[in-house]
Write a protein that binds this ligand. Structure first.
Ligand SMILES: Nc1ncnc2c1ncn2[C@@H]1O[C@H](COP(=O)(O)OP(=O)(O)O)[C@@H](O)[C@H]1O
Ligand SMILES: CC(=O)N[C@@H](CCC(=O)OP(=O)(O)O)C(=O)O
Length: 280
């Protein structure tokens, strides 16, 4: 199943090369294979916050999951960093490759809707407290008509957080999960999450320990930490929505990006069912 559409997501980390990502996207466009590019930019957020003197914070959930504390000033920086820095950089790179691309955030045409997280349990000095004023949210829907219209014109939508919450204000959402939700909503055939690592590593300190396949499970995997945890969650969400090929791959090199967009290399994420069908 699937529509032949590829959803590509890039971060984030300074090492992911816009040139490598955009060269891959440009090839798909030349081959008339439809593609949506979703991006984050947490490193850009950190850099811009430093320059603007806005302090950044973290929330640590009782299960140890770390996420960004999004107070109003941080939300402003996130919006500036993604819509004003990370996105133009990708659009310029795509223009260099002759790709007609349109930059969007979740606020355009109500593309990304989310429910604000009104009570976030977080651990401070060993005690669990509830944060009620955070401006982060959980995605609830993706509006597809504008994306379909752009794709029908041969254009590449370049989409990022923030999303629009039910109170009419923006909320911060994670870009990997945006990519998964977009892939699900558009019935994509492939989701490629590009990052600054070769894929999912058996030992995060050893770049040679790449896992060709990774089965998503119910429990926490001690080998997976940091930003990779949310990527695995996003990958699971896409698989559950029926996206056929979900992979986490290296966004630092032209050839690893090209391979991933062709369904090769990196780490293929599989659901429990797919793995059971695999001969031992
Ligand atoms: N098992 C693992 N395999 C690969 N990377 C891991 C693993 N555990 C933790 N990581 C870390 O997760 C990072 C990817 O997450 P992140 O930096 O948030 O990506 P991005 O900004 O591209 O969305 C890797 O660069 C690596 O430092
Ligand atoms: C809620 C949340 O975590 N939002 C992210 C949005 C950017 C992002 O996801 O960037 P990467 O893809 O580089 O991680 C943030 O504030 O960093």
């Amino acid at each position: 199943m699937g529509t032949g559409l590829t959803v590509v997501k890039c971060g984030g980390t300074a090492e992911v090369r816009a040139e490598a990502v955009c060269a891959g996207v440009a090839r798909l466009v030349r081959e008339k294979r439809p593609v949506v590019l979703v991006h984050g930019g947490s490193a850009t957020v950190t850099e811009l916050a430093g320059r603007l003197g806005v302090p950044l914070g973290e929330l640590v959930a009782p299960d140890g999951t770390v996420s960004r504390r999004t107070d109003p000033a941080t939300l402003e920086v996130v919006t500036l960093a993604l819509a004003g820095k990370a996105k133009p950089a990708l659009l310029l790179e795509l223009a260099r490759f002759g790709v007609p691309a349109v930059g969007l955030t979740g606020l355009d045409a109500g593309l990304l809707r989310a429910r604000r997280k009104t009570a976030l349990r977080t651990v401070v000095d060993g005690r669990t407290v509830v944060v009620r004023d955070d401006r982060s949210g959980r995605l609830t829907s993706v509006a597809t008509p504008l994306l379909h219209a752009l794709l029908a014109e041969g254009m590449v939508p370049v989409l990022s957080p923030p999303a629009l919450a039910e109170d009419g204000l923006p909320v911060n959402v994670n870009a990997d999960r945006v990519a998964a939700a977009v892939a699900a909503a558009l019935d994509a055939s492939r989701l490629v999450l590009l990052t600054g690592a070769p894929g999912v590593l058996a030992d995060s300190a050893d770049p040679g320990s790449l896992r060709a396949r990774y089965q998503v499970g119910d429990g926490r995997d001690p080998a997976v930490g940091g930003g990779m945890t949310v990527k695995i969650t996003a990958a699971r969400e896409a698989l559950e929505a029926g996206v056929g090929d979900v992979r986490i791959a290296d966004g630092r090199f032209t050839d690893t990006v090209a391979d991933a967009l062709d369904g090769l290399g990196g780490t293929r994420i599989v659901g429990a069912e797919t793995t059971r069908r695999t001969p031992r």
